[in-house]
Design a protein around this ligand. Structure first.
Ligand SMILES: [Mg+2]
Length: 161
């Protein structure tokens, strides 16, 4: 169960992550989850708030997107939209995608964090690959079906002590 406990838990979406704190903690690279973390599912719209936050990310960190999404065209679009290399079909929590991400970032695991909204994929996978993790909530602008919120909250139950 300790593998499911995020290094950092943010009570908010990605824009609530304090990037200065990450820098001070020695973080130089970020592996981003795509769906719900950077984008609303099946969406290609980025809010101005997210855009401003990502500008600061690009200025301070090396970045890569690691997604379980199987739609290659969609992930390619995200790659262009965010200006980050993106890996689709990652099968998180399997390790290979995280290892590939580290190769792309050209950074050791100790200098990288995984940022995502799912304990059972992003957090577990990151930890299995020896990478610190940041659990965020889905973007506020997303209106997701109630059953999805239910499962997300259920997953969060696992990480409470
Ligand atoms: Mg996600």
């Amino acid at each position: 169960m300790v593998l499911l406990k995020p290094t950092y838990i943010i009570d908010g979406d990605i824009t609530d992550i304090n990037l200065d704190h990450l820098r001070e903690a020695g973080v130089r690279g970020i592996i981003f989850d795509l769906d719900s973390t950077l984008l609303a599912p099946k969406s290609n719209v980025v809010s101005t708030e997210v855009e401003a936050w990502l500008k600061k990310v690009h200025e301070n960190f090396r970045v890569v997107i690691l997604s379980n999404n199987k739609k290659d065209d969609y992930v390619k679009q995200a790659e262009k939209l965010f200006g980050m290399p993106a890996i689709a079909r990652a099968a998180k929590p399997r390790r290979w995608g995280f290892q590939k991400s580290l190769e792309i970032l050209k950074l050791p695991a100790e200098q990288v964090v995984v940022v995502g909204d799912r304990p059972l994929t992003d957090v577990l996978g990151g930890h299995r690959a020896g990478i610190k993790t940041v659990l965020v909530r889905a973007l506020k602008t997303i209106e997701e079906p109630a059953w999805k919120t239910f499962f997300r909250n259920l997953e969060r139950c696992f990480i409470k002590n």
